[in-house]
Write a protein that binds this ligand. Structure first.
Ligand SMILES: [Zn+2]
Length: 196
């Protein structure tokens, strides 16, 4: 595992970015994070970026079995050790999954709210309830981008950078609300009750 660390003034707030959460998503998340870590680090606190947590079997993070997988155990250990103040999980999706991810029926089908598209296929929401219960983090963010596509590289990097520039999740969400008011309104409506 490769860990990039950009140290600002002190350790806290500590931001943790994780990609390659399952399957072969590393192929997409690694180049994105490599670009992110070349930019300016946080002014205050630190950022730990794990571009590729795991490469191998795909188990959905909505499946409780994920927690028993190698990837899931690795993730729980990492979070337990670092106790991040800001947590951002980067995933990628196949174009065939797009409709399911953003569908209002996602709640009925999968028991979770749909993700919201901010720009150019970049979706945002909160991580799976399975991970939320296990990791016990405050407002853990999920960002999804199309697998294998680098067309939107600038956009996804800019969105991730928000979580480095701000000092808390609410502050990042408020920056995103200025940029994407209508989309972020929807995020708050869909996920508000889990946000603290
Ligand atoms: Zn994923």
């Amino acid at each position: 595992m490769k860990v990039y660390k950009s140290e600002g003034d002190g350790v806290r707030p500590l931001r943790l970015f994780v990609g390659g959460v399952h399957g072969r998503e590393c192929r997409t998340t690694k180049p994105i994070f490599e670009k992110l870590v070349k930019l300016r680090g946080p002014r205050k606190g630190s950022a730990v970026v794990v571009p590729c947590l795991y490469m191998g079997r795909y188990i959905s993070t909505l499946d409780p079995e994920y927690l028993n997988s190698k990837a899931g155990r690795r993730l729980a250990r990492l979070v337990g050790r670092l106790k991040p103040d800001v947590y951002v999980e980067l995933h990628c999706y196949k174009s065939s999954s797009y409709r399911n991810l953003v569908s209002p029926d996602r709640f009925t089908l999968k028991g979770v709210p749909p993700l919201v598209e901010l720009e150019k296929g970049v979706l945002i929401g909160l991580v799976s309830p399975v991970l939320m219960a296990k990791l016990k983090l405050r407002t853990p963010i999920i960002v999804e981008t199309p697998c294998g596509s680098l067309d939107n590289l600038e956009v996804v990097v800019r969105i991730l950078k928000t979580f480095i520039d701000a000092h808390s999740v609410p502050e990042s969400l408020s920056i995103l609300s200025d940029r994407y008011p209508e989309q972020m309104n929807r995020v708050l409506k869909l996920y508000g009750k889990w946000m603290v």
